[in-house]
Design a protein around this ligand. Structure first.
Ligand code: FAD
Length: 502
């Protein structure tokens, strides 16, 4: 029967890596792919990371939706692997398992004062304005004049741009109502983006920089001294880096034309890049109750090319601010004690997507290569993992004989709630960092809204299907229409499940 010939595969995570891996695997005519997702809604960072004012980036959702509509693909949201179901259980039920669960932890600054109210991760801030359930209560305090972002990548620029964009320009995006409300009251006028190294080492890309330079109502602050001698050096660097650096250089050193000069003169907000500065401490306010600045060590560069390192000169500088956002990178969490994990690199050790020493287990996306690269990079990488899996199948390296797939997992899930069981399943690897609600930050000093997402346990874990998601999607779009937005995101998982009658 076809049932017996079906190749049962599951993918953990429904971000770009999960969906692109599924898309590739479905090329095999016998493949059936189940995608498990811990959020009640799909698409990972396309929904919860990509900035609300970049709607065109989210068009990949159309491709993912097509994949989900395949008769051989199913989406199961509201199922957290490692908590509701274990990886060994999945491996038992499927011929192969692909881990595509991203990189959800942010790297800590590891400096004193990091825990002060007024400090939070850029990740949590992004989650907040994008409606990530666990960050919905962040409510950052934007009553200060100056914000400092530690990091000079695209996420740092996203955050700076959202902080400085006139709120009326965000009204027609899918930013959450709550975030828009807080941004309307914001008094932040200046945003500094601090980097340990120099203009040649920034991690953002030219499109994002250009957008920032042209941001309505804001002017750039760049110190020409940071760019001395750069003219000669850029001759040797690869073309994209060269163009990026030339744009920085021009902005820093050339006199703007009269129109641009007038625009800058009338701008009420400003942003600047602070180079050669490494954070040493978050400085407390006089009463010790919140962040009031950052102490930075002045650095200089040693070495050449990619190996260029920042070493402290011994000089220090204090930068006053009321809000500190750290944007120094992400890392993955271990998902299950049975899965090898490189905690130093924060990835699953693998060779081209095959998890080391575990036949039938694969990985793709950020959990495979680390948290860098855009959606297109993630696509290429996920197709490659899919290819390896299908090669292994051909070579007879996957288990033979039928596998029950979702039928077996469904039975497990309905017998499971989030009671003491969850502790037993999740315990034993990373302690608290493994917990489902450990993200967030203390921008507001009100805690992280932990525990709010616990779902009912009476009837076990109730997965959200793709057609369920389409009902939620329609509801979001309808709510958005009332205020001229593409959607008003639902941010409360309880409400989502209630709407679905779960
Ligand atoms: P993710 O997108 O994070 O997907 C992982 C999924 O796994 C999530 O849905 C998560 O909920 C789920 N998951 C986690 N743990 C579990 C579990 N235990 N059980 C079940 N499910 C789980 N790229 C661009 O090209 N353009 C942009 O404008 C852009 N903006 C970005 C903005 C931000 C703030 C960030 C952080 C990234 C941005 N990127 C952008 C990069 C892009 O988002 C990534 O390349 C891509 O999302 C990585 O895909 P992924 O599937 O590996 O991870």
């Amino acid at each position: 029967s076809t049932q017996e010939k079906t190749l049962q595969i599951c993918v953990v995570g429904s971000g770009p890596a999960g969906f692109y891996t599924a898309q590739h695997l479905l090329k095999h005519p016998q493949a059936h792919v189940d995608i498990y997702e811990k959020q009640p809604v799909p698409f990972g960072l396309v929904r919860f990371g990509v900035a609300p004012d970049h709607p065109e980036v989210k068009n990949v959702i159309n491709t993912f939706t097509q994949t989900a509509h395949s008769g051989r693909c199913a989406f199961w949201g509201n199922v957290e692997v490692g908590r509701d179901v274990t990886v060994p259980e999945l491996r038992e039920a499927y011929h192969a398992v692909v881990l595509s669960y991203g990189a959800e932890d942010h790297r800590a600054l590891e400096v004193p004062g990091e825990e002060l109210p007024g400090v939070c991760s850029a990740r949590a801030f992004v989650g907040w304005y994008n409606g990530l359930p666990e960050n919905r209560e962040l409510e950052p305090d934007l009553s200060c004049d100056t914000a400092v972002i530690l990091g000079q990548g695209n996420v740092a620029l996203d955050v700076a741009r959202i902080l400085l964009t006139p709120p009326e320009h965000l009204e027609r995006t899918d930013i959450t109502k709550a975030a828009l409300g807080v941004l309307r009251q914001s008094r932040v006028k200046t945003v500094w983006l601090v980097g340990r190294r120099g203009p040649l080492q920034v991690a953002f890309t030219i499109k994002e920089l250009r957008e920032m330079i042209q941001l309505p109502g804001a002017r750039p602050i760049l110190d020409p001294a940071d760019f001395l001698g750069l003219q000669d050096k850029i001759k040797e660097v690869p073309r994209p880096r060269k163009r990026l650096t030339e744009l920085l250089l021009r902005t820093a050193t050339e006199k703007p034309g009269p129109e641009e000069a007038a625009r800058r003169a009338s701008a009420s907000r400003a942003w600047g890049l602070r180079f050669f500065r490494s954070p040493q401490q978050v400085l407390p306010s006089p009463d010790g109750r919140r962040a009031a600045g950052v102490r930075l060590a002045v650095t200089r560069l040693e070495g050449v090319g990619e190996a260029t390192r920042a070493v402290p000169t011994g000089d220090m500088e204090d930068l006053p601010c009321g809000l500190v956002l750290s944007s120094v990178g992400y890392k993955s969490r271990p998902v299950d004690p049975s899965v090898p994990f490189d905690s130093k690199l924060g990835v699953i050790p693998n060779v081209e997507g095959r998890v080391m020493d575990v036949p039938g287990l694969y990985c793709s996306g950020w959990v495979k290569r680390g948290p860098t690269g855009v959606i297109a990079t993630t696509m290429t990488d996920s197709f490659l993992t899919g290819q390896m899996l299908l090669q292994d199948l051909k070579a007879g390296l996957l288990p033979s004989g039928p596998r029950p797939g979702y039928a077996a997992i469904q039975a497990l899930l309905s017998s499971r709630g989030l009671g003491p069981d969850a502790e037993v399943l999740g315990g034993g690897v990373g302690g608290p960092s493994l917990g489902p609600h450990s993200l967030g930050g203390g921008c507001s000093g009100r805690g992280e809204g932990g525990g709010v997402d616990s779902l009912p346990s009476a009837s076990g874990v109730r997965p959200v299907s793709f057609s369920d998601w389409e009902k939620l999607d329609a509801e979001e779009v309808a709510r958005g229409q009332r205020t001229g937005k593409p959607r008003e995101k639902l941010v409360d998982p309880q409400e989502m499940l209630r709407l679905l009658g779960h």
